[in-house]
Design a binder for this molecule. Structure first.
Ligand SMILES: Cc1cc2nc3c(=O)[nH]c(=O)nc-3n(C[C@H](O)[C@H](O)[C@H](O)COP(=O)(O)O)c2cc1C
Ligand SMILES: C=C(O[C@@H]1CC(C(=O)O)=C[C@@H](OP(=O)(O)O)[C@H]1O)C(=O)O
Length: 387
């Protein structure tokens, strides 16, 4: 069975993050610097905290690639946590290194701390926050970079970008925005509307001054996907559902929309569905309110997915909480933190969508080598052209 699957491992302040990706076809050109470009994009963006000054994320390829090409075997990626060196015994796996008096017992509302200590029977919320931390998203972005390489070989591109921060909406999307940006190396951390970007920066500054945090909305566009990825025949084969799951799995994401999303619920059908025409030997639509997905399948139009990120749970002016040992009221723990990580989250969203798209393409056109996948896809594209 040719199935693309992956796992990540690693604590936020442990020695490294690791990812193992299985199911990539052989002969895919792959260099570390191509992964590092996306890792660097994830580290950018206004509103991030001190950690990004410490890290310069770089992926090392430890298996599955020889002389710049995948072998078809599992690819192992490793990303070092530079900050680990500052933690010493505090993050050591050795029992003898136990450090007295550093347990975190004031859980942050909105983070995994309280539910985690109860679930895993812990007395120190550090044992929870180390893995619930969005540091893990660096590993997913690295996996996404691999998948984007495969997608590029198949004529599919994916781009994530910010559309809203702290209620400031970038409200004018130029017609050709997605095409233009998907084809360029432009950083998606920038928004398309310079004025909105400035107001977003001001909103982040205000939140920082007030010890508060901000969330926002990111959008991911997929260009070049053929019609018919995913399926309606079983619930877990619906591509819309799989994309929504992937987006929702990003730390702090609380809502996902496809196409018009929630707006579709407010409009009559005549203003929601994309009418079908036949012109110049092709089926065409003049609108894409469905966001490229109908019946759990891609319909050939650009796929458009949005995700809502809640504000960062760690507040420098902390919220009320309770010491989970003594049950006394306290202010929540203040860990070093981002004020806003929406631009970084756009890069993560791009990665998780790329992974799902690569999976969907391999399911339909899978082969053991890239050339075989390309041939299968080309034969299908030729068939679609002739319909
Ligand atoms: C890129 C990124 C950076 C984040 N940075 C922080 C941070 O610095 N501090 C924090 O408390 N939460 C941060 N978060 C959010 C938490 O990881 C998230 O809220 C937490 O894991 C709880 O999960 P939940 O919000 O999905 O319920 C970040 C999330 C993302 C995607
Ligand atoms: C480390 C990253 O994000 C971290 C995500 C995060 C959280 O709670 O999710 C908390 C912070 O961790 P730290 O206390 O080490 O600064 C962020 O910096 C990263 O994005 O690479």
């Amino acid at each position: 069975m040719n199935r693309l699957r992956y796992l990540t491992a690693g604590e936020s302040h442990g020695p490294e993050l690791t990812a193992i990706v299985e199911g990539l076809p052989a002969n895919l050109a792959l260099e570390e610097h191509e992964i590092n470009r996306d890792l660097a994009r994830r580290q950018q963006g206004y509103g991030r905290g001190g950690r990004m000054q410490i890290e310069t994320d770089q992926a090392r390829i430890l298996s599955g690639v020889r002389w710049g090409r995948t072998l078809g075997s599992p690819v192992t990626l490793s990303i070092r946590n530079r900050d680990w060196e500052n933690w010493g015994r505090k993050m050591s796996p050795a029992a003898d290194d136990f450090v007295e008096g550093i347990a975190i017992t004031h859980p942050r509302p909105g983070h995994a701390d309280l539910s985690g200590v109860i679930k895993y029977r812990q007395q120190d919320a550090r044992n929870i926050l180390e893995r619930s931390s969005a540091r893990e998203t660096a590993a997913r972005v690295a996996v996404g970079a691999l998948c984007k390489k495969l997608l590029a070989e198949l004529g599919v591109s994916v781009l994530g970008y910010v559309t809203e921060i702290g209620g400031v909406v970038a409200d004018s999307v130029p017609e050709d925005y997605r095409e233009r940006f998907a084809l360029s190396e432009e950083s998606p951390c920038r928004t398309f509307d310079g004025q909105a970007e400035q107001r977003m920066i001001e909103a982040i500054d205000r939140a920082r001054e007030q010890g508060d945090s901000l969330g926002g909305v990111v959008e991911v566009a997929v260009l070049g996907a053929p019609v018919g990825l995913g399926s309606y025949v079983q619930w877990d084969r619906r591509l819309d559902g799989r994309l929504a799951w992937a987006m929702m799995s990003i730390q702090a994401f609380k809502g996902v929309e496809i196409g018009l999303g929630f707006e579709a619920a407010r409009r009559p059908g005549s203003q929601v569905h994309d009418e079908i025409y036949y012109q110049a030997d092709a089926f065409i639509r003049n609108t894409n309110r469905a966001g490229g997905l109908e019946g759990g399948m891609s319909n050939g139009a650009p796929i458009v997915v949005r995700g809502a990120m809640k504000p960062i749970p760690t507040l420098y002016r902390p919220l009320q909480t309770v010491d989970f040992r003594s049950k006394e009221a306290f202010a929540a723990v203040v860990e070093r933190s981002d004020v806003c990580a929406v631009p970084a989250a756009a890069v993560v969203a791009e990665a998780v969508v790329a992974i799902e798209m690569a999976q969907a393409l391999l399911e339909k056109f899978g082969g053991d080598a890239v050339e075989e996948v390309q041939q299968n896809l080309q034969a299908y594209r030729d068939y679609v052209k002739g319909v």
